[in-house]
Unconditional design. Structure first.
Length: 106
């Protein structure tokens, strides 16, 4: 399934769980007011595939029950306001301190 293309630019909460989404193609970049994003129960295999580059207002991110295997160094660095990260029930083997730097610098 694809992300809807007619989302309002004022969208603050976007719930797209259980939609078989495996990557985004920049559809979320215009949603600068987004504070909560739920991509749980989809098919993401990497955090990069979510497309989190311009989401500096995001406070809550749900990525549980995907196929994510690793958290690359600084993969959450653009999420300066992130307060809650739900990433349980993935295939992650380990997480280093550098990977979660966004939480220690807030």
């Amino acid at each position: 399934m694809k992300i809807p293309s007619n989302l309002s630019l004022d969208t603050q909460v976007l719930l797209l769980q259980s939609n078989l989404i495996s990557h985004t193609n920049g559809e979320l970049e215009a949603l600068v007011n987004l504070t909560e994003l739920d991509f749980s129960q989809n098919n993401f295999s990497t955090v990069e595939a979510v497309g989190l580059r311009s989401m500096n207002h995001l406070t809550t991110l749900h990525l549980e029950e995907n196929q994510i295997t690793e958290l690359p160094d600084f993969c959450l660095k653009n999420l300066s306001n992130l307060q809650e990260l739900y990433i349980n029930h993935n295939r992650i083997n380990s997480i280093s301190a550098q990977r979660l730097e966004v939480f220690t610098t807030c």
